[in-house]
Design a protein around this ligand. Structure first.
Ligand code: CTP
Length: 420
């Protein structure tokens, strides 16, 4: 790509908000005064060349990123968090830079580095190096491009590994045959980029997803695997990715009981979970994935994937509710409500989606909000001594409303008289 075309993309406010353009030019100016080659890299360059709005802004310098960060703070304000071991810093931006309000709130500043893996799957050892080495340590050619931004170099594209050509061909290609063995999370990442951009994993790269690299998945920690699965569920196209991951044999390496995703539920993964109940796409994903398993299987997978206790409970609740539906069907609203009221709302909603049992939707939209007019204070005022009867009477009044035995406050009062 010509420098002019790249500059046009960088200056397109639909791809890069003007806030970030200003921020980049300030950083570029500072890098130039320090004679420090400075680049934006990775997803930023990939998305820009694809004509997509960019999300992440990662800045790499050939030199000391911590020293560079300190100079930015001195000139523009804000704060710096440093990670000496990794030669990186996070610049917590001031609310304005030279009078301009800026997004994002913080920025990663990274020293160009070389990485070596002492053990497959372990985190790599890091030593400062050149931008070329930094690009060589990465996952796929499409992520191995950089744009230089300091001074007169602003807008020079570095593409030593043919990333642009692979973007045009729609190919996900690793840089070397040991890539997935060094870092098995890259298998998940390949699947994610393939599904997100409607690309293909290049045939030789695909062949590297074999028993040796898949065994590496087996050794990954639960947290790392779940992070990758969460990222997949967060994607708009996650149903395609989760199917692909299953077909490539990833799931049995994560846990022997982890099933393929039931195709009947795939469409639910891509829906927009805008509800009046708190929902996260990954939580919905795990609920559909595991709902038809037995309790033991769910618990064991939850442990392997380091689920939080809330997530484990929500997934368990889905499976229990689904199994008890046959016993609840045709029950009175008060019986449904009693069975549902301790369960997470999202679990109930997921079982509704899977079963289309209308009582579940009635509960979520109407029944759970039904309350008697009588309060505990009213019962006290009528001389009821404190004790479990309070709760029982209020529950009976509520059940009467739910089941239509009471339709107005007068009828509630009459029922209350019979209960006291
Ligand atoms: N990277 C890598 N191997 C990994 C994780 C990350 O090589 N296991 C590299 C890639 O070059 C990637 C960069 O680190 O571009 C930043 O990682 P991340 O923020 O996860 O990816 P993005 O490219 O920003 O992609 P996304 O849009 O998915 O966030």
């Amino acid at each position: 790509m010509q420098k002019d075309d790249l500059l046009r993309l960088i200056h397109d406010p639909n791809l890069l908000p003007s806030d970030e353009q200003i921020l980049i030019s300030r950083i570029a100016g500072q890098a130039a005064t320090m004679d420090m080659p400075c680049y934006v890299v990775g997803g930023f360059v990939r998305d820009l060349l694809l004509g997509k709005p960019v999300n992440d802004l990662d800045v790499i310098v050939e030199g000391d990123a911590i020293k560079f960060g300190r100079s930015l703070v001195k000139k523009f304000g804000g704060k710096l968090t440093t990670h000496d071991k990794f030669h990186t810093a996070i610049w917590h931006l001031p609310s304005t830079v030279l009078g301009q309000r800026l997004q994002p709130a913080s920025l990663d500043l990274i020293t160009a580095r070389k990485e070596s893996y002492l053990m497959p799957g372990a985190l790599p050892t890091v030593t400062p190096s050149t931008i070329e080495d930094d690009l060589l340590r990465r996952d796929f050619t499409i992520n191995c491009m950089a744009i230089r931004i300091d001074g007169a170099h602003f807008g020079e594209l570095l593409d030593p590994l043919g990333g642009q050509a692979d973007l045009e061909k729609g190919m996900i290609r690793v840089l070397h045959p040991r890539s997935f063995i060094d870092d098995p999370t890259r298998i998940f990442r390949a699947i994610r980029y393939e599904g997100r951009c409607d690309f293909n994993i290049e045939p030789e790269t695909l062949a590297l997803i074999n028993s040796e690299s898949l065994d590496g998945v087996m050794r990954l920690s639960g947290e790392r695997i779940r992070h990758e699965l969460d990222l997949i569920f967060e994607e708009a196209n996650s149903s395609k990715m989760i199917q692909r991951a299953g077909n490539l044999g990833l799931f049995e390496k994560i846990h022997t009981d982890l099933p393929l995703f039931n195709p009947e539920y795939l469409d639910f993964l891509d829906m927009d979970p805008t509800l009046d109940i708190p929902a996260s796409r990954p939580a919905i994903g795990y609920m559909f994935w595991l709902m038809d398993l037995m309790e033991d299987g769910i618990m064991s997978i939850a442990e392997r994937l380091s689920f939080t206790s809330d997530l484990t409970y929500s997934v368990w609740a889905v499976s229990q509710l689904k199994k008890s539906l046959p016993f609840l069907i045709n029950s009175r609203p008060s019986v449904w409500s009693y069975a549902l009221e301790k369960l997470p709302l999202l679990s109930i909603y997921v079982v509704y989606l899977a079963s289309r049992e209308s009582a579940l939707l009635d509960y979520l939209s109407i029944w759970r909000h039904v309350k008697p007019h009588t309060t505990g204070n009213d019962l006290k005022a009528r001389g009821l001594p404190s004790g479990p009867r309070f709760g029982e009477i209020l529950a009976q009044l509520r059940a009467a409303w739910l089941d239509g035995q009471v339709k107005n406050p007068q009828e509630e009062k009459e029922l209350l008289n019979t209960l006291l």
